[in-house]
Each structure stands twice: as structure tokens, then as C-alpha cells.
Unconditional design. Structure first.
Length: 434
């Protein structure tokens, strides 16, 4: 991913230097286990560990790979240059390249997951704070983009919190899904390496042994991981779209923070554009772009082919780096977001009283009017509000049929805003707990 949408901690996980360090640790831990089992001399395993502080030369490994056309062999050759060819002769004993590549990839995805989990925790904290702050800030709810009934800004933040909390659970499950390693040999049968080597390496790297591998770790695990990232990205877009809508000039119920010196347009100095949330919509598309290729990686020929390899070299770093950036950006947007309660009330009253139509409809049915007749009575008054910008309550009070059914006090009572917010506390307890 380009630097514009990257943060250094996540980028470091996918750097060649980190990758080769993990490869080295896999090989060194495997040598340790084989020495403990008496398969190789202890002094050879110790010799490998003496290279623990070596900064592997990426350019040198690339140079060797240009000749060998094999990345793992290039690395092993370079390792032998540091350890000594005789001392390193037992490195990679009984192993195959995928033992290193797949175990390393899962280590990287686990580490990436830890950063993403921390990102989600920070976003949840921001959403919760804003939800509590605006728990009772009334705004109009919309369906199909049209005024529906009153809700609160706190409930808007609360539903995003609940969604991201589900995503946190999904990501933790996905992390567990890819927290496996395999040191099982050419087709996963352990013919040339003891299963206890795999157990030792996985324990050292914080993984669990893959119950059954072929030459590769099963890719359904990876598909689940990237699908989870795609769901999180969609949730980011869900929040971003709502903020973008709120910032529209005709709505202006909320807006991204606009910094001193910030410019909205090269042509129009008055502009304050929702550029951060628009950017988040685009970044979500990039993350979701990885989901289908990850699923297509599940089906490999027999015990292994490498059709998955080129895909994962791209989507592993790109998806996690992009999602890390997007979560961090969204947290900042939510944390500093401007809220305009008066505009929310002004918008709700643009068609005065209209949002109370369902309550009047229900009251009429409870007063003995058939639902069909009640709907007609309410709608004829509501349409005049739509078309002539009249006051809904006044129209109802002037409708003899409605007054006959409900009475003047009965009509007036239906316009109490507190009616729509009476269960906010119950919803908040469900979302945030007592």
C-alpha cells in the first residue's frame, strides 16, 4: 500500500526485514527441537542461534534469488553465509518451503490482527463517548432518505458501536482461525520430520499446530480472515456514509472537523467537504477487493500449487495496512466530529409535526376507527403538510372527523417528543451494559 494510506507499525510487519527475521526464527526453533530429539547435533543448533542478532541483507538475498529463482533457498544460502556452511547443514532438515512461508504468513497475520484489534478498541471508545454525550440529542430518523420518526444522535452512535463490537468479536475469532503453524514436510505427512518439531516451533511463535496440513496450511482459514476484514471495511463505510449525509449543506446535522488553514476546494473558498469520510468509502472498497481472491485461494491442486502465493503477497499487506489506516482515520473523525443539535430540530420541523403521523394513526385505531379509515384520515392531512408546508397538528385540529375520534387534548398529547425517546435507556443498557 502506498505511504499515503499507511501507518508505520503495520507496514513494519510486512517488511522484508521482518519476514526474514520470522523465517530465521522458524528455522532456528526447528533446529532446537531437532537437537533436543537427537536428530541433529546440539552444536549445530547453537551455531544457528548465534546469528540471532544478524541484520539479514535483503539486497544480498535478492541477488541470490535472481540466480536460484527460489526465495527460501536464497534465504537459506544467505543464512549459511553467516552461520557457516558446515554448521548450517542441518537447517531446514525434513522441511519444505511452505513450512516456512505459511507459518510466517500466519505469524504476520496474527501480529496484524493485534494492531487491528487495538484499532477497533480505540474506535469503540470514541463511539461510546459520543453516544453518551448525545444520548438524548433528538434528530429525525430517515428511511429511504425521507423523514420517518424521531430518534437520537446517541442512538446513531450506539448502533455503530454495537456493529463495531460485533466486528471486534469477529476479528478475534478470525485471529484464532489463522493462529496455526505447519512444520510437516513435503506433503504434510511428517515423513522426514518429527511432529514434535512442529509443536515446539508453534509454541515458540504463539501458534497452535495445524491439525492436518498438506504442503500448505488450508486456505479456508485465510479466506475467513480476509472476509472478516471485508466486513469491517463495510462497517467503516456504513459510518462514513452517515457522516457524509449529515454534512450535506441541506442537512448539516454533523460534520467532519475542519482544521485551521484547511482548504475545501481549489476553486470555491467557501467549501467544507467531507473528504475524510469520502476517503474511507474508497478505502473500504480496497479492503473488500481482497475477499474474493482469498476465497478463490481455498481450492488448490492436490496437496499444493502456488496459485495462492502471488495473491497473498499482495492482499496480506495491502488489506491489513489499508484497514489499519482506515480504522485510525475513522476514530479521529468520530472523536472530533462536530454535532449541530439545533439543525437537527430545524430539520425535523421542516414539515411541522409530520413525524408524529404513526402515533396519530395508532390512536385512531385504538379509538375504534378501522385501520383503513384511520390511515386515510391521517394521510390526507399529512399530504397537505408535504405539499403546502402546513402544520400537521393544526391540520388535525381542523379535521372534524379526527377531532371527533380523539378530541383536542387527545390530538395535542400525540405531539410529545418524549414519547419517542422513552426507551433510550433500555437500548443503551442493551448495547453498553448496566
Amino acid at each position: 500500500m502506498i505511504p499515503r494510506y499507511s501507518r508505520p507499525d503495520m507496514v513494519a510487519i510486512w517488511s522484508p526485514e521482518t519476514k526474514f527475521k520470522i523465517w530465521y526464527e522458524i528455522e532456528a526453533h526447528a533446529c532446537d527441537a531437532m537437537a533436543d530429539l537427537g536428530v541433529i547435533p546440539r552444536e549445530n543448533a547453537d551455531a544457528v542461534w548465534r546469528a540471532r542478532d544478524v541484520q539479514f541483507d535483503v539486497a544480498r538475498i535478492d541477488e541470490i534469488e535472481a540466480e536460484t529463482k527460489h526465495d527460501v533457498i536464497a534465504f537459506l544460502t544467505h543464512l549459511a553465509e553467516h552461520v557457516g556452511s558446515d554448521e548450517a547443514r542441518f537447517v531446514h532438515q525434513g522441511m519444505t518451503s511452505s513450512d516456512v512461508l505459511d507459518t510466517c504468513l500466519n505469524v504476520q497475520m496474527v501480529r496484524a490482527s493485534d494492531i487491528l484489534i487495538a484499532d477497533l478498541v480505540a474506535l469503540l471508545a470514541a463511539l461510546k463517548r459520543r453516544a453518551m454525550e448525545h444520548k438524548n440529542t433528538v434528530r429525525v430518523g430517515r428511511s429511504h432518505g425521507i423523514h420517518a420518526e424521531p430518534t437520537t444522535m446517541g442512538l446513531t452512535f450506539a448502533r455503530f458501536y454495537a456493529e463495531m463490537d460485533r466486528n471486534l468479536a469477529r476479528l478475534r475469532a478470525a485471529r484464532a482461525e489463522i493462529s496455526t503453524g505447519a512444520i510437516s514436510g513435503a506433503v504434510g505427512t511428517f515423513a522426514n520430520i518429527d511432529p514434535r518439531v512442529e509443536e515446539h516451533v508453534c509454541a515458540k511463535l504463539g501458534l497452535t499446530p495445524e491439525p492436518i496440513s498438506t504442503q500448505v496450511i488450508p486456505r479456508d482459514r485465510h479466506a475467513m480472515f480476509f472476509a472478516t476484514l471485508g466486513v469491517i471495511a463495510s462497517s467503516i463505510e456504513n459510518v462514513a456514509i452517515e457522516i457524509r449525509h449529515m454534512q450535506r449543506t441541506e442537512v448539516l446535522e454533523g460534520a467532519e472537523f475542519f482544521a485551521l488553514g484547511q482548504k475545501g476546494s481549489s476553486a470555491m473558498p467557501h467549501k467544507k467537504n467531507p473528504v475524510l469520510t469520502e476517503n474511507l468509502t474508497g478505502l473500504a472498497r480496497l479492503v473488500r477487493m481482497s475477499v474474493i481472491p482469498a476465497m478463490e485461494n481455498v481450492a488448490l491442486w492436490h496437496e499444493r500449487d502456488i496459485s495462492h502465493s502471488s495473491v497473498e503477497r499482495a492482499i496480506g499487506p495491502d488489506s491489513t495496512i489499508t484497514l489499519d489506516f482506515a480504522l485510525h482515520r475513522l476514530t479521529g473523525v468520530v472523536d472530533k466530529m462536530l454535532i449541530f443539535p439545533q439543525n437537527m430540530l430545524d430539520n425535523m420541523n421542516k414539515f411541522p409535526g409530520l413525524v408524529m403521523s404513526q402515533r396519530v394513526l395508532l390512536a385512531l385505531t385504538q379509538a375504534g376507527v378501522s385501520r383503513e379509515a384511520a390511515y386515510s384520515m391521517v394521510q390526507r392531512n399529512a399530504l397537505r403538510v408535504w405539499e403546502e408546508r402546513r402544520d400537521f397538528r393544526e391540520e388535525l385540529l381542523a379535521d372534524a372527523e379526527v377531532v371527533a375520534a380523539l378530541g383536542v387534548d387527545g390530538i395535542n398529547e400525540k405531539f410529545d417528543m418524549a414519547y419517542h425517546t422513552k426507551h433510550v435507556d433500555t437500548i443503551f443498557k442493551r448495547v453498553f451494559g448496566a
